[in-house]
Design a protein around this ligand. Sequence first.
Ligand code: PGA
Length: 245
Amino acid sequence: MKYIIGNWKMNMLPNEILNYLMEYTELVKDVENISIILAVPYISIFYANNFVQDTNVQIAVQNISAYKKGAYTGDISAEMVNSFGIKYSIIGHSERRTHFFETDEIINEKVKRAVENRIVPIICVGETEEIKEEGKTLEFVKTQIDKAIKDVDFKEVENEIIIAYEPVWAIGTGKSCDSDYAKKVTSYIKEKLEARFENAKISVLYGGSVTSFNIKEFLEVESISGVLVGGASLNVDEFAKITKA
Ligand code: PGA
């Protein structure tokens, strides 16, 4: 399965989202055989998810709590998300790691909460510029993945494993990764996971400054099963172009 995932981050007001969805679902209604997913801000998931019923678009969340339930003011649990019929959550985005101090251990808990509630985690990994310069990218992302999926049983989500390789230096910078480099990292991730999980459906996505101009480069790489798009997903025409590519 190929994935086109938009990550709106903390952008778009509820009314803007409905206008966007009205236009977007019309523009991409003939697109088949790919999973089109929009990770919208929490405040809009209820309306957005109602709106996309009977379309080829699915709604995801951008984060979930590491805890099951209880006295965690401001947090939203995987069980609550599941009760809306939402099937995907981004987990471990570099912005969560940087601005909200999420460690690999916290991310591992979140992955567990997601899977327990039949939500497929879209697990984000990726190195900083410094780690890249040191030539340590592969071991770094391998460690991030190993820690994120420690003791996780993917059976609950029908053995679906999604990793988004998003080099931190490419996120929101306009400086996308060159496709040979993305190929090297994504094929390495895929190989390692295939060796470890025999019957799993493993998808490795690329994210970081993807636009309608460079999307084809990434989709030509065999080990890349789709893209996670931030900035360029906020413009409905641009994201429709990316989706159709
Ligand atoms: P970007 O963000 O496309 O704006 O670089 C990607 C992401 O953060 O998922």
